[in-house]
Design a protein around this ligand. Structure first.
Ligand code: CO
Length: 341
């Protein structure tokens, strides 16, 4: 069966196994949309800020671009990246490709909310997209006033249509779905709105049958991109390299095991190591031609450490689809072929 049965509910994944450095070219950024990609006339598009504010405002795209902007490098990751069924995915793209990293340019949302005179009663915001499903997500006001961007640029050019042209939220470190694309409305509200995409979806079913909701942060995660599934290696020098990221902060350590998790070696972390961004790691290594199992494990500056698959399942069970940050293992067979372990 094809991966997606309905073209209007589609996704595409970044070929992480072919990546270098930390930035994802815009054309290779993963896509996830729930009702297709709308064709929006930027001259006609508007962003409304209203609700619990003193001065409701309607911004044109030109208005937004006139305001002081900043550029920041952040990863985005779908919380459905590496769903339980994908954990043994045969390639890095298949198992981990719903994650990408870009330089985003836009206006801090805090500036727009301050301009509208957001009231103390406003504890949450509701963000809404202009796509056919009117994607809606609730976000706490603390995050809205912290580091969220209303972005119009990505990697030195305008947002692409699949990435939310002409305006989108970029919510650093949080599950990709809340970075609402084709942004058209922000309502300051006093409570979360329990929209379809935060009740029927994007919740985590736990072993006791209860569901966690509003699990926004993407935890520390890493993957070896080379050598990885679908590739093959020759005996002799082989650099092990990959990507690590954490929605809680900066990557401080990546360890690599070449013996199935029995012993670990520190990898070198390539600068820059930025907050809530991809970090590239490298380890010079020599493959002796015997069968081995490779793993990577990362830790961030809050002390959060990437768990093993067994440790994750012990807490989360097997009925969850979102927020799998478990260690991923690759096997190199004696013939040099790399497969999921
Ligand atoms: Co979540």
């Amino acid at each position: 069966m094809p991966e997606t049965r309905f073209p209007e509910e589609s996704q595409s994944r970044t070929p992480l196994q072919d990546s270098c450095g930390i930035l994802t070219p815009s054309a290779l950024h993963y896509e996830r949309h729930h009702s297709g990609v709308p064709a929006i006339d930027p001259a006609a598009h508007r962003l409304l800020i209203h609700g619990l504010v003193d001065r409701p405002i309607i911004f044109t795209v030109e208005d937004i671009r006139r305001l002081p902007s900043i550029s920041r490098i952040y990863f985005l990751e779908c919380s459905g990246n590496t769903v339980w069924a994908d954990h043994a995915g045969p390639t890095a793209q298949r198992s981990h490709g719903l994650a990408s990293c870009s330089e985003w340019t836009g206006v801090p949302l805090s500036i727009l909310l301050s301009e509208a005179g957001v009231q103390p009663r406003a504890r949450w915001i509701l963000a809404e997209g202009a796509d056919a499903c009117k994607m809606q997500r609730s976000l706490p006001i603390e995050k809205a006033m912290d580091d969220i961007l209303v972005a119009w640029g990505q990697n030195g050019e305008a947002l692409r249509p699949e990435q939310g042209y002409p305006l989108r939220l970029v919510v650093p470190g949080w599950e990709g779905n809340v970075s609402v694309k084709w942004l058209r409305r922000i309502e300051a509200v006093d409570q979360p709105y329990m929209t379809r995409d935060e009740t029927a979806r994007y919740t985590d079913l736990m072993p006791d049958g209860k569901a966690r909701i509003f699990t926004f942060v993407m935890d520390a995660k890493s993957i070896i991109t080379c050598p990885s599934g679908g590739q093959s290696v020759k005996p002799g020098f082989c650099e092990i390299t990959g990507l690590a990221w954490s929605g809680r902060g900066r990557i401080e350590r990546v360890e690599i095991s070449v013996d199935g998790g029995k012993t670990w070696i520190d990898a070198a972390l390539q600068e820059p190591r930025l907050d809530k961004s991809f970090t590239r790691f490298r380890l010079p290594w020599k493959w002796d031609g015997s069968e081995v199992e490779l793993q990577s494990r990362c830790a961030d500056n809050t002390g959060s450490v990437q768990p093993s698959w067994d440790a994750l399942v012990a807490v989360r069970g097997v009925h969850s689809d979102y927020h799998n940050n478990a260690i991923k293992a690759w096997k190199i067979s004696a013939d040099g072929r790399v497969t999921s372990a």
